[in-house]
Design a protein around this ligand. Structure first.
Ligand code: 3HC
Length: 311
């Protein structure tokens, strides 16, 4: 009966066993994974737009080549994660439809505009830096295909973060105008980067179940704290001002106490009212439609091949 199955399943999770596509799993586990992994994939793909906006505007050939490589990596990360989601019994077409009709989310950070070259540095440094905190932890997630995808993705992320921080170093240690550009980008991307870790644990709809099933290995607030602590010396090294005026070292906690995130802005952006939400989805729909002929050609080729094999 279902209870016995669920107890056996939880015992496997507690014993740190990886759950594989063909294994029995509670429907709610399957649904939670489809939700989280597909939204992770959507984030990777939509995240290509803000950075892609600067590929033709990069200040040098080297910067253009590095940014091009990073944006291509993000596309690949999206494909690993869509493939991992499809092992749970849902099609790519259904996933894309959910993104385009707004019923599926993607990381709110990608609804912010990239107004200067400094933003490309801040995204690599802070957004990929936050993603690394989250994704290193997710390498130990209980679902096999997701964990293995994370291990591959984490290898590429560190290059993303380092190239972003290198841009920030050059700007912050450059002319006064360049330093101001770096400060402006830090000011606009710092708080939205903290929102990437999700609401506070007390407000989090999914965290309790996700921790029990070891989908999540650390909570939103713990991962956010790790990111806040590691970013302080990085800001100091850049010689920039920390955007959080309430930041204070707390000796007995051994962590920084930080100011409050603007959760109204967070809700606004994830409910579709950020700066670029409409534009990001319109762009995705347009690109998807323009690419339909490639999918049709692939399907026609597959049918021909199957027919040849069958004859
Ligand atoms: N942006 C958009 N939605 C967010 C969000 C954010 N920053 N933070 C939370 N949410 C959503 C959740 O998806 C959930 O909504 P849903 O029920 O419709 O899915 C709701 O807010 C409540 O949040 P919870 O904490 O209850 O949700 P989770 O337990 O899923 O935690 C999460 C949120 C920490 C993002 C978790 O889903 C997770 O770890 N996901 C995998 C990592 C990921 O998706 N990262 C996105 C960035 S990828 C990236 O940056 C690539 C880099 O290379 C550029």
């Amino acid at each position: 009966d279902i209870n016995a199955l669920e107890q056996k399943f939880q015992a496997r999770i507690d014993a740190e066993q990886k759950i594989e596509p063909k294994d029995w799993m509670p429907d709610a586990y399957r649904k939670n994974l489809i939700r989280q992994i597909s939204q992770h994939a959507h984030s990777e793909v939509i995240g290509m737009q803000p950075e892609g906006n600067w590929i033709t505007r990069a200040p040098s050939l080297r910067r253009k080549a590095v940014l091009l490589a990073k944006v291509q990596d993000e596309a690949g990360h999206g494909l690993y994660l869509y493939s991992a989601t499809e092992t749970l019994g849902i099609s790519r077409a259904e996933l894309i439809a959910a993104l385009q009709d707004g019923s599926a989310k993607y990381a709110s950070i990608f609804n912010y505009p990239t107004q200067t070259w400094g933003d490309v540095g801040a995204i690599g440094w802070l957004v990929d830096g936050a993603a690394i905190c989250n994704q290193v932890s997710l390498q130990r997630t209980s679902y096999g295909p997701y964990a293995r995808g994370m291990i591959r993705i984490c290898k590429e992320e560190s290059f993303h973060q380092r190239q972003g921080y290198q841009i920030m170093i050059e700007l912050a240690h450059g002319t006064p105008e360049q330093k101001q550009m770096a400060q402006d980008s830090l000011n606009r991307f710092y708080w939205p980067s903290l929102m990437m870790f999700g609401p506070h644990d007390s407000e989090s709809a999914h965290s309790a179940r996700s921790m029990q099933w070891k989908i999540k290995r650390e909570t939103n607030d713990d991962l956010r704290q790790k990111f806040i602590d590691q970013t302080v010396p990085q800001i100091e090294y850049l010689g920039l001002e920390h955007p959080d005026k309430d930041l204070k070292w707390n000796e007995e906690r051994g962590h920084y106490d930080s100011g409050e995130i603007d959760w109204e802005e967070f809700q606004n952006v994830i409910n579709g009212n950020g700066h670029c939400n409409r534009q990001r989805i319109q762009h995705h729909v347009k690109a998807h439609e323009e690419g339909a002929w490639v999918r049709d050609a692939q399907n026609a080729y597959d049918q021909k091949r199957r027919a040849r094999k069958a004859s």
